[in-house]
Design a binder for this molecule. Sequence first.
Ligand code: GLU
Length: 394
Amino acid sequence: MDLLSERIKAMSESATLAMAARAREMKQKGVDVIGLSLGEPDFKTPKHIQEGAKAAIDEQKYFAYPPVNGYLDLREAISEKFKRENHLNYTASQIVVSNGAKQSIANIFLALLNPGDEVIIYSPFWVSYSALVELAEGKCVFIKGALKDDFKASAAQLKAAITPKTKAVIFSSPCNPTGSVFSRGDLEAMASVLSAHPNIVVISDEIYELINFVGEHVSIGSIAGMQDRTVTVNGFAKGFAMTGWRVGYIGAPLWLAQAANKVQGQITSANCSIAQRAALTALTAPQQASKEMANAYYHRRALVYELLKEIPGIEANMPQGAFYFFPDVSSYFGKKDIKDSADLCLYLLEEAHVSLVSGEGFGEPNCLRLSYAASEDDLRTALERITNALKKLI
Ligand code: GLU
């Protein structure tokens, strides 16, 4: 029987989650797999945030449905954060708290797109962008950045990709999967192209904001003329090690925040009450723990870079943020039975017991993604195993 919708049949499985599930299965069978596939901090959620959740339970006040767009005090704290850290002025009514930044992005595409509307996606891109555009019956238009340009597509490419059907542009900075950071100059160039197209909505995914090794994080919404057309996406998963709590949020033009609220009201009602209280603690307490985690990623980045450089046939640049490397591994294609990056990832999973994600789902089939959100010991062992497994291919 074939009862599934065409929509769901056309949708690809999340490549990141699929690989993580595969690694988990192998681990359950007793195989010593080192998981470098999922973009997930290996740190525990900081203690004071855990305590915030416990206190919320003890208060006995947070067991009922929260407001669809999130508790007012949390949205006010987010509004303050946007002002303080990003020079963005979104009022509390322009903020919608969701089940992770992924739902935030899904809400926006569902609220914004008519069939055939085009969304320009900076590529390499996070796997779910294209799937969510297509779920909303939009059309993806990719503009691709090359490794030599830190994988950043240029403003000229953006300009050339715009058509009368372009409804939105989406990118992440720091970028998943490349770790690239769009500088103020990059964003100003982007804004300058977009200034001639006031009806294009910009979706700026800033979920890796706190993991930035070049210092300045710039929100495109803070550039003159951009705020009223920019949706700024953020959340707690990466910077506060809260992946499982599922708290993401947007600041958006009011009309779009209200539409996202309407979508969310029909799909999930609201985000988990206790998780929201934990998120409020995260945002209002000192942020030392986030800084320490970012510092650990900084050291791991240096370690992985040194080890990757030693592997023949791998070309990697130095990422500026997030916790990923996105090396070009195409020199191994054609060796033994390995046709592409997916085959190479499978080979490394079987042979080296290291899980990675093929670049294909991210829009760059010559690369693979390695998450270094793992302990230095695991990273050393994983890179040693990868090196040995790749030697067997030469
Ligand atoms: N965003 C993380 C990643 O890219 C988590 C998995 C997912 O939602 O894709 O690995």
